[in-house]
Structures are given as structure tokens and as C-alpha cells.
Ligand binder design. Structure first.
Ligand code: C5P
Length: 229
């Protein structure tokens, strides 16, 4: 039984490389994230090729954001891929999140709160009247009320969001770095143990594992991260 909280980010447009990463780590990791970079290049066929490389749950990170009818139709279009998680932008609003939930009742519709790439100034510029933290908490509550079963947020927002939504929803955080790993372009990070202690359920981790190159090193790192939590 795999009990790792790691979601491995398959951040590459190369199918063969993504398959190598799955094969290397699938003994420990049970969820893999394919995002727009991979999906726009390869579509459902690409996902089918990934599935040949291992036994896993798919986190399909499409961050849908449109009118409710269009989001519902888009969600139905990925039904046959059978993702475990499908992301939508919470800022699409209550009706949009709810439309996705109704379109795919068996999928954990996963609401992305505030992108961590947005500064407080950028948020004000696009019309958010509150701080990133308060906006993220409000969007998380709205999403859960609309039927979303999972939330994506910065590790720095986890504890406030966990208090606001209770223990039921899955909370997923990127921006996680094992002690000693290079930060890359991440700035405000927590260690896996800190993120879980703050209330995260699952952690999106990419380069600290995938940059290691060899299958043995990748598996060892996945195991080490899992064991330190
Ligand atoms: O390689 P790294 O561990 O930084 O990968 C993190 C993954 O999480 C990437 O796929 C990145 O796009 C995603 N992500 C993030 N920060 C966010 C939202 C998503 O790093 N706020």
C-alpha cells in the first residue's frame, strides 16, 4: 500500500521522459500531475501512454476557467481519461465550480485559490480587494460549498484554509522543498514535514525528485521525503 503524500509533477512535454519518471518512482508515489504543457502537446493519447508506465492516480492540472456551461463541457471531455483530480480556478466563481462538480461527480474537482505568482500589487490591480491570504481563504470556502473536494494553495495559506474548511477537504500544496534541496524558482517554501503539519494532505513536488536523473536516486529521494514526514 503506497502511503506517500507526494504528487509528482511531470513537468515535461516529452512522453518518454515522463514515463521514465513514473517507472522510477511508482513503487512509492501513487499520484502524478500532468499539466497544460503535457496535455496540450499529447492529449488523451499521451495520458494513455503514461498509464502504460505504471499504476497511479492522475492529477489533471488544466486549471479550467470559463463560463459554467463551457467548463462543464470541458470537464466532460476529459471523462474518458478518468482523472482522480481535475483543477479549476476558484475565481471562476460558485456556479462555475459547481458546474464542474456536476459534470464529473466521481472526480475530485480541485479548486486552485490564488496563484502564488501573483503579488499583493498584482492582485489589487486585477480587482481583488483583499490580501492574498484572505482571498485564498474566501475562495477555498466558496469552492468547498460548491462541491469541490480538494483545494490547491500555497503552504503559507494551508493552516488558515484548513481552519476555514475543516478536516474533510483534501488540501494540496506546491512550493514544497525538502531541507537542503535547491529552491529553483520557488521563493516562499516549506519543507514537506512543515506543510503536512500545517494541514496539507498532498504535496506537489517536481524538480527535487525529477532533476536527480537516475531512477535509483529518484526513488531514494521519493522514499526519503515520504519517510521524513
Ligand atoms: O519543480 P517544482 O517542485 O517546483 O514543481 C512544482 C509544481 O507545482 C510545478 O508543476 C508548478 O507548476 C506547480 N505549482 C507551483 N506553485 C504554484 C502552483 C503550482 O509550483 N503556486
Amino acid at each position: 500500500m503506497k502511503n506517500s503524500p507526494i504528487i509528482l509533477a511531470l513537468d515535461t512535454p516529452e512522453i518518454d521522459l515522463a514515463r521514465q519518471w513514473i517507472r522510477a518512482t511508482n513503487e512509492v508515489i501513487k499520484v502524478y500531475k500532468a499539466g497544460l504543457e503535457f496535455f496540450l502537446a499529447h492529449g488523451a493519447e499521451g495520458i494513455a501512454k503514461l498509464r502504460e508506465a505504471g499504476d497511479f492516480d492522475l492529477f489533471l492540472d488544466l486549471k479550467l476557467h470559463d463560463i459554467p456551461n463551457t467548463v462543464a463541457s470541458a470537464a466532460k471531455s476529459v471523462h474518458s481519461i478518468n482523472p482522480k483530480f481535475l483543477t479549476v480556478h476558484a475565481s471562476g466563481g460558485r456556479d462555475m465550480v459547481s458546474a464542474a462538480v456536476q459534470a464529473l461527480p466521481h472526480v475530485d474537482i480541485t479548486a486552485v485559490t490564488i496563484l502564488t505568482s501573483l503579488s499583493e500589487e498584482s492582485l489589487a490591480e486585477i480587482g481583488f480587494g483583499q490580501s492574498a491570504l484572505n482571498s485564498a481563504v474566501g475562495l477555498a470556502k466558496l469552492s468547498v460549498e460548491s462541491g469541490a473536494r480538494a483545494i490547491v494553495c500555497s503552504p503559507l495559506e494551508v493552516s488558515a484554509i484548513r481552519s476555514a474548511v475543516g478536516n474533510g477537504p483534501t488540501i494540496i500544496t506546491p512550493g514544497v522543498r525538502p531541507a537542503g534541496s535547491p529552491l529553483g524558482d520557488q521563493t516562499r517554501v516549506m519543507t514537506p514535514r512543515e506543510a503536512i503539519a500545517a494541514g496539507s494532505t498532498l504535496l506537489v513536488i517536481g524538480r527535487p525528485i525529477t532533476s536527480l536523473g537516475t531512477p535509483d536516486l529518484m526513488l531514494a529521494k521519493a522514499r526519503e521525503i515520504t519517510d521524513t514526514i
